[in-house]
Design a protein around this ligand. Structure first.
Ligand code: G3H
Ligand code: 13P
Ligand code: ZN
Length: 314
């Protein structure tokens, strides 16, 4: 089905506005009704555009019909500026399937391939996607950490600014994910002093003026959530995320999409652990999942306001 039938939009207008307005569009990952409804509630309450991100493994987990049924049930209107995005698409086939289901944006993640193969695959996806008016995100540079249920990179390499113009011109992509020191998962920085490589970001932005840049692995890992998880039986010592002030700075420099998955996973886990601990006799999932949804709404709303700066931008 065509994404417009679900009230979705592609990312072109939202990115243009975000670059001009020095803020970023939040891309939150979802994988069930609670995560989807929490993200939508936060975006709607905050009057923020939003990207609903679905990894290949999340798509498989929900099943394509259930997933698109949830999107249909969300009653999305084009004026709400909501995109449905395939996160870390691993192949042309994965991107095509998503587009045919009704996604309005896809990422083709071929950054582990040599430059020319990455560009070639991106171009193939762009040719198909643009025919359907769907946006495409490519990536240069490799992030460390767990990327999806099947892929884990132990090494990382920063984006080389010398590559970016050639890549964007060769592929005609709509946005570019870059590696400047963020990483996937809950264990990112080894110390509070670790800084993102703003020198790389500045150089990329200089070479690609007004071009939309994307940060993956950008969860801030709120320490209050880690404390709650550990207090109620979890084991997540040394979990540390990206500094919120540095993320906000990045939004001033052409970063117009910030990907967050881990922070909402933490909110859900913290609320469920606490509710189960405090009410050991309770076995009603709507109670602990309801608490989880509430804490996810609070976490997403807080990040929309204090990190993305995308509140009141509709
Ligand atoms: O960056 C990727 C996301 O965190 C997706 O993770 O494949 O476990 O849904 P997942
Ligand atoms: P986090 O693990 O930092 O939330 O990153 C999510 C992400 O990049 C999804 O593509
Ligand atoms: Zn990612």
């Amino acid at each position: 089905m065509k994404y417009t039938e679900f009230g979705l939009v592609n990312t072109s207008t939202m990115f243009k506005n975000a670059i001009q307005g020095n803020y970023a569009i939040p891309a939150f990952n979802f994988y069930n009704m609670e995560t989807l409804s929490a993200i939508l509630s936060a975006a709607r309450e905050m009057q923020s555009p939003v990207i609903l991100a679905v990894s290949e493994s999340a798509l498989k987990y929900m099943g394509p019909d259930m997933l698109m049924g949830l999107i249909h049930g969300a009653n999305i209107k084009p004026s709400e500026q909501i995109a449905l995005h395939l996160d870390h698409g691993g192949s042309f086939e994965a991107c095509r399937t998503a587009i045919e289901l009704g996604f309005s944006s896809v990422m083709i993640d071929a950054s582990k391939l040599p430059f020319n193969e990455n560009a070639e695959l991106c171009k193939q996806v762009v040719d198909f996607a643009h025919n359907h008016n769907v946006s495409v995100e490519g990536e240069l540079g490799v992030l460390s950490g767990i990327e999806d249920e099947n892929t884990q990179s132990e090494f990382s390499s920063y984006t080389n600014p010398d590559d970016v113009e050639k890549f964007v011109h060769a592929t005609n992509i709509d946005s570019l994910a870059i590696a400047i020191g963020t990483s996937h998962g809950a264990y990112k920085r080894k110390s509070e002093n670790e800084q993102l490589r703003f020198d790389i970001l500045d150089e990329v932005a200089r070479r690609l003026p007004d071009f939309p840049l994307v940060l993956h692995g950008a969860s801030s890992i709120p320490q209050n959530l880690i404390e709650t998880i550990n207090k109620f039986g979890g084991k997540m010592s040394n979990a540390r995320g990206i500094d919120t002030t540095q993320l906000r700075t990045a939004t001033m420099k052409n970063v117009c999409k910030i990907n967050v998955d881990s922070d909402l996973r933490l909110a859900m886990t913290a609320a469920i652990r606490q509710t189960m601990f405090e009410k050991p006799e309770n076995f009603n999932p709507r109670d602990y999942l309801g608490a989880a949804r509430k804490l996810m709404i609070q976490t997403a709303s807080d990040e929309i306001t204090n990190i993305m700066g995308s509140n009141n931008k509709l």
